[in-house]
Ligand binder design. Structure first.
Ligand code: HDE
Length: 688
């Protein structure tokens, strides 16, 4: 800024403000009129009242007053980014969808990740399902796969959705709790809705507290159809598999991350894309036919069930790469409008009653949120292919059809506008649909416990323990005893040990009777390894973050070796120290500090190094935040590397005598590379 009064105006405090003239564009009103003074309203006299005629003040305040739009009723908290989808091989044998015809074809994409229950400003690490909504701008129109990071859902019929959401969100009288299901209303509804039991197992598992959006799967959940050029259909389920593998945090970490960095997930994605480390997923299809559907143990139209990968393997058909952050959060992330009914030729819905209900819901919600029927004119929602129709007018119409004809049929020949095209247009699959009109639930939807058990027995003991503790935590917040007991009565239909563990945590004695089941015999399904996160570890520390806690005089050689090892692995490294700014190393060089120790707790890192220098180690060891850093890393079963100078700090943190094989001393025996190799296991689960 020029310190030159000819190019500045004075604010109320006498401070100087920049004016146009040195390269900046001229500030204008919304009508485009240049503004001379953006600091002061128009007054009668020096100390007099503000005048009604101040159109510049009015223009500014009016717009501000209207900045908010209703947040999404669910999935309010989200984060969107741009990318592309690339098809591996032609899928023309099963679908005529244009994007799957040519190997290597790239289709632009916009993806919004979200939590479900919390409001827009809620923390990222709530125990919750994550939305995984993908908009594909294909050459034959937009296709939205509006999925979640969990492959099943709470309910089977759209009729129950408002009840589910009401019960999950804050209670209507008090207005709390925010962004959590640990309250009476939620568990009351759940315990009266046995169809939710499979989903309950998933949300009580580590899937509901992912480490990052980059490390979670996505699922279309419902069965869909793919149709080829001959009109032949197959069923299909959509899966997004993260290239970096799956990873979750521990519940105690989630609680602490929510305080330390409530934007942990969005920051992670923002930072990864901005440093060119583009997250990638493979789209996998489970393809099956009517014959399989007939003999499968469950109804493929029931969204509370999966089809285990062991029964129908997943075929990778393309990759999704996220490579560009938004220019503006509101314009893109907030205004993006996903609709399940946005499908393209070659893809069709199934008769899943949940999906059918969703198809009805999403347009309404967008009209309410975005204020009118023209939300497809907003750039993030606009198709990137030719759009020709006779729909017109309405609020905020940006481009009405040109020309005389705004109806069809018409006899205006070439000037008559677009015409339908039976050969290329969307055709629904000719699934016969005959039956009496009735409000019913098919008996094939009745088994609520078999897959819940299958999920539970597929987990490692560590994961099972997390699930029991999650149930214990949630139900400990439920004040009404009979609700807690009712949940345990369902758990008894899933797994006795689990039910007993949870009952013990809640001092429920004696155990209640098992809940009455709509279908009394539970099927004994085999365990499915693919359902466990730990059994499918990434075997890599790529994309993860190392937190190096340092003090003045830290060993420069070791630090450089850690930097190199991280770089080679594709991992990040951050320096945490008692002060911000720069830190002097043993060789006299300085390194930039990323976080002051109380702003960079170890919950923000995947593994930690304790690298104090001789000079600063005593002072560091006395800082409570540094002690917590060490204690938490240890309690959260993280890999820890340390040097001799960290002995005092480790003693003060209470771990000096508890060191195990997950704690590696960096010396001539163990190099920085060895440590990063150990970190590929992500956690030292053996530490209890
Ligand atoms: Fe949604 N859902 N949903 N849902 N849903 C919405 O649309 C709805 C369901 C999902 O990032 C709303 O734009 C009904 C299942 C995601 O913008 C709303 C039913 C799955 C997102 C709506 C369901 C989802 C939404 C709220 C049961 C996983 C966020 C705001 C019949 C397969 C999209 C909005 C984004 C959003 C309705 C069940 C995923 C109200 C009626 C099952 C990822 O239209």
């Amino acid at each position: 800024m020029k310190d030159d009064t000819t190019n500045t105006t004075r604010g109320t405090g006498g401070e100087l403000h920049q004016q146009a003239g040195d390269g900046a564009p001229t500030l204008t009103t919304q009508q485009g009129g240049p503004v001379a003074d953006d600091q002061n309203s128009l007054k009668a006299g020096m100390r007099g009242p503000t005048l009604l005629e101040d159109h510049i003040l009015r223009d500014k305040i009016f717009h501000f007053d209207h900045e908010r739009i209703p947040e999404r009723v669910v999935h309010a908290r989200g984060f969107g980014v741009h990318g592309f989808f690339e098809t591996y091989d032609s899928l023309s044998d099963i679908t005529c969808a244009d994007l799957f015809q040519r190997p290597g074809e790239k289709t632009s994409a916009f993806v919004r990740f979200s939590t479900v229950a919390g409001s827009k400003g809620s923390p990222d690490l709530a125990r919750d399902v994550r939305g995984f909504a993908v908009k594909l701008y294909t050459k034959e129109g937009n296709w939205d796969i509006v999925g979640n990071n969990i492959p099943v859902f709470f309910i089977q019929d759209a009729m129950k959705f408002p009840d589910l959401v009401h019960a999950a969100k804050e209670e209507p009288d008090s207005g709390f709790p925010q962004a959590q299901t640990a309250h009476d209303n939620f568990w009351d509804f759940i315990s009266l809705t046995p169809e939710s039991m499979n989903m309950v197992m998933w949300i009580m598992s580590d899937r509901a507290i992912p480490r990052s959006f980059r490390f979670m799967e996505g699922f279309g959940v419902h069965s869909f159809r793919m149709i080829n050029e001959e009109g032949k259909a197959v069923f299909v389920k959509f899966h997004w598999k993260p290239k970096l593998g799956l990873q979750s945090v521990l519940w105690d970490e989630a609680l602490k991350i929510n305080g330390a960095d409530p934007d942990f997930h969005r920051r992670d994605l923002w930072d990864a894309i901005n440093r060119g480390d583009y997250p990638e997923w493979e789209l996998g299809l489970q393809v099956f036919d009517e014959e399989f559907a007939e003999q499968f143990e469950f109804d493929v139209l029931d969204a509370t069930k999966i089809i285990p990968e062991e029964q129908v393997p997943i075929q990778p058909v393309g990759r999704l790469v996220l490579e560009r952050v938004v220019d503006n959060f509101f314009a893109e992330t907030e205004q993006v409008a996903f609709c399940t009914q946005n499908i393209v030729r070659g893809i069709d819905h199934s008769e899943d009653p949940l999906l059918q209900g969703r198809n009805f819901s999403y347009l309404d919600t967008q009209v309410k949120r975005l204020g009118g029927p023209n939300f497809t004119h907003i750039p993030v929602n606009a198709p990137k292919c030719p759009v020709n129709h006779f729909q017109q007018d309405g609020h905020m119409a940006m481009h009405n059809p040109k020309g005389r004809a705004n109806y069809e049929p018409n006899s205006w020949g070439e000037q008559g506008g677009p015409r339908e095209c039976p050969m290329k247009g969307f055709t629904s699959y000719r699934q016969p649909a005959i039956g009496d009109r009735q409000r019913v639930r098919s008996e094939t939807f009745a088994d609520h416990y078999s897959q819940a058990r299958q999920f539970y027995i597929s987990q490692t003991p560590t994961e099972q323990n997390h699930m029991a503790k999650a149930l214990g935590f949630e139900l400990s917040k439920v004040k009404t005893e009979r609700i807690r007991e009712r949940v345990v009565s369902h758990l008894l239909n899933i797994d006795n040990e689990l039910a007993k563990n949870v009952a013990a945590m809640l001092a429920i004695d004696p155990l209640p009777d098992p809940a009455e089941a709509a279908m009394p015999t539970r099927q004994d399904l085999p365990s499915s390894d693919k359902l466990s996160i730990i059994k499918n570890g990434p075997g890599s520390f790529k994309g993860r973050k190392l937190g190096v806690l340092m003090s003045a005089g830290a060993n420069a050689k070791l630090f450089a070796a850690l930097q190199t090892a991280c770089k080679e692995e594709g991992a990040m490294l951050e320096v945490i120290a008692p002060m911000t700014g720069a830190l002097k190393l043993s060789d006299g060089n300085s390194v930039k500090v990323d976080e002051k120790v109380d702003g960079g707790p170890s919950v923000l890192y995947d593994a930690v190094v304790l690298l104090p220098g001789d000079e600063g180690s005593e002072e560091l060891s006395r800082i409570p935040a540094a002690q917590n850093y060490v204690k938490d890393a240890f309690d959260h079963q993280k890999f820890i590397a340390y040097v001799d100078a960290a002995a005092g700090l480790m003693d003060r943190a209470g771990i000096g005598k508890a060191l195990d094989e997950g704690c590696l001393k960096l010396d001539t025996q163990t190099s920085a590379d060895d440590f990063i190799t150990a970190c590929r296991q992500i956690r030292y689960w053996q530490r209890q």
